[in-house]
Ligand binder design. Structure first.
Ligand code: AMP
Length: 533
């Protein structure tokens, strides 16, 4: 018998199962509560957008956009896809050889082009100038190919076929879309699309959900990972906005039991001072190019700030000697950074300055920050954030200031799970999220069953979590299962109990038992659920 394929989650993705999912829910609920108390509202965003949105905002030269996005063509022309596949996989078979075969390719190409032109005219493939011109040119090139088949050598025919196939591949069947690698670009897109700049005051939004990057998976680094982020968009870039956002973030981490964290802050200047600094950095880096690895060497030209991110041990002494942005900020940026630090001090927030904190994405200006947590090894950043004052404008919106952060939930939760301190320092934090099965109903006997169903329904209606076995079990087996499932109580319903209208409630931790009427039972368990017992 053929062996059945075992399906597995795609590399870099994973399933989050109970009871871990309860911790996730609790973590997310805590974020909602905390952000709500700062008057942030939730924005729910699509998980895919036009590729161009990410290329323009994050930067085409970044690893995230250049190498890590899951991009696909969103087309509405399935018949064309089949035809295109036939064209690009066509190859002349040696047995047939000769002009007849090449003519058959020309015929296939012709069918494809006619279908494409029709699709173009009715708009089911993008009516872009690029598509228009490729289609026109291809028709002409096909004519030439057809007339020259007999007069040229076979190898030239092969070359022509390959060229035509290349051109066919260039036709766009649909928009290029990408799974979002992050959500700030989407938030800005939505802010513009819905004219949110007309709303009163600053627009304060948070989001949570999966992000996708084709990174090399390791502990704390996945290809589908989860972020919780918050953004403030509006007309003001007051440092108090930055500081309050950071306060909210740390407040959330504290409530979530993520205690061993360090906050790093930096300012990377703005469009007035950063370009000069980047140029200076580039010049200095060119002088020490030989001492750098291949990645950093490349970045000298493409994105010199990224060299500062390097963790390669042999590059550290070189990087330490490079000029620091703090010494090259313009007066406004210097003032903004000084005020940010005052505002953090006012709130009793401890921080460390880290001049190398430049963050990977192009859109940041002035404030950047990052939080690291214990127990995570090399992937220890649990949150990154910063100011992005020009981004909304860059995406075609009105002049707008913005700042935000994104928390990596996978890592934050890993740190909570691994940190013993979390359980000790935040009483209840580790337990509160645990799913609490309150009652296991151990029923036996035909007459006990309807009573069990009825009591289960009433308990569940009052919010008590109940497990009701679907099939009859011996009491001993029932109690064993109740124990394994971690139930707090077993409710014993046998025929005698039904006859006397009293039920035995057994506390599994200490085997304490009490007999209760149905009314008393419901009242007892409900008040226990409310925490009053
Ligand atoms: P970034 O948008 O790269 O600044 O990421 C913000 C936060 O998201 C980081 O500090 C990480 O906690 C988390 N993060 C980024 N990439 C990944 C990934 N591939 N897997 C898990 N978490 C990630």
């Amino acid at each position: 018998m053929a062996e059945k394929k075992q399906f597995r989650a795609i590399k870099g993705t994973r399933d989050i199962l109970p009871p871990d999912s309860a911790l996730w829910n609790w973590f997310e609920r805590t974020a909602r509560d905390t952000f709500g108390s700062y008057n942030f509202g939730e924005i729910r965003l699509p998980v895919f957008e036009e590729t161009e949105l990410f290329a323009r905002s994050i930067g085409a030269d970044t690893d995230v956009v250049g190498k890590e996005m899951y991009t696909f063509e969103d087309y509405d022309a399935p018949e064309l896809v089949e035809l295109r596949a036939a064209v690009v996989t066509w190859h002349e078979s040696a047995a047939e050889g000769g002009t007849v075969v090449y003519a058959s390719f020309a015929g296939l190409l012709n069918r494809f082009l006619i279908a494409c032109r029709a699709a173009f005219d009715r708009g089911s493939i993008p009516r872009t100038p690029g598509n228009d011109s490729i289609l026109k040119n291809l028709l002409g090139e096909r004519e030439i190919f057809l007339t020259s088949i007999q007069s040229v050598r076979l190898v030239e025919n092969d070359r022509a076929v390959n060229h035509l196939k290349e051109r066919v591949r260039e036709i766009e069947f649909g928009d290029s879309l990408s799974l979002r690698p992050e959500a700030t670009a989407s938030v800005c897109r939505a802010y513009i699309e819905h004219g949110m700049h007309t709303r009163p005051g600053n627009v304060k939004l948070y989001y949570m959900g999966p992000m996708f990057r084709r990174e090399r998976p390791q502990k704390g680094r996945y290809r589908q990972f989860y972020q919780i982020g918050a953004e403030v968009l509006g007309q003001s870039d007051a440092p108090a906005i930055d500081a309050e956002l950071i306060e909210m973030l740390l407040n959330f981490f504290r409530r979530a039991g993520l205690t061993s964290t360090t906050l790093y802050v930096n300012s990377i200047g703005d469009k007035n001072c950063r370009p000069q600094y980047v140029e200076l950095l580039r010049e200095e880096l060119r002088k020490v190019k030989d001492k750098l690895g291949a990645d950093s060497q490349r970045r000298i030209e493409t994105n010199p700030l990224r060299v500062l991110d390097s963790k390669l041990p042999e590059e550290q002494p070189v990087i330490e000697k490079l000029p620091r942005i703090a010494d090259h900020l313009c007066a406004e940026c210097r003032d903004h950074f000084a005020k940010l630090k005052d505002e953090l001090n006012l709130r009793g927030i401890r921080y460390e300055e880290n001049w190398r904190l430049v963050r990977g994405l192009d859109y940041y200006t002035r404030t950047t920050f990052e939080v690291t947590a214990a127990g995570l090894g090399s992937q220890n950043a649990v949150c990154g954030g910063g100011r992005y004052d020009g981004l909304v404008e860059l995406l075609g919106g009105p002049p707008t200031k913005g700042i935000g952060f994104a928390i990596g939930s996978d890592r934050a939760i890993l740190s909570i799970q691994e940190s013993q301190a979390a359980a000790a320092d935040a009483p209840g934090a580790a337990k509160r999220h645990l799913p609490a099965l309150a009652v296991f109903i151990a029923w036996m006997g035909e007459r006990a069953y309807p009573a069990a169903v009825s009591i289960a329904r009433k308990l569940r209606e009052s919010g008590v979590s109940v497990e009701l076995p679907a099939e009859e079990m011996k009491f001993k087996k029932s109690l064993g299962l109740a124990d394994k499932l971690g139930a707090r109580y077993a409710l014993i319903i046998g025929e005698d109990e039904v006859a006397s209208h009293t039920y035995t409630l057994k506390r599994l931790a200490d085997a304490n038992q009490q007999k209760l009427s149905e009314g008393d039972l419901l009242e007892y368990l409900e008040s226990e659920r409310r925490g009053s017992r």
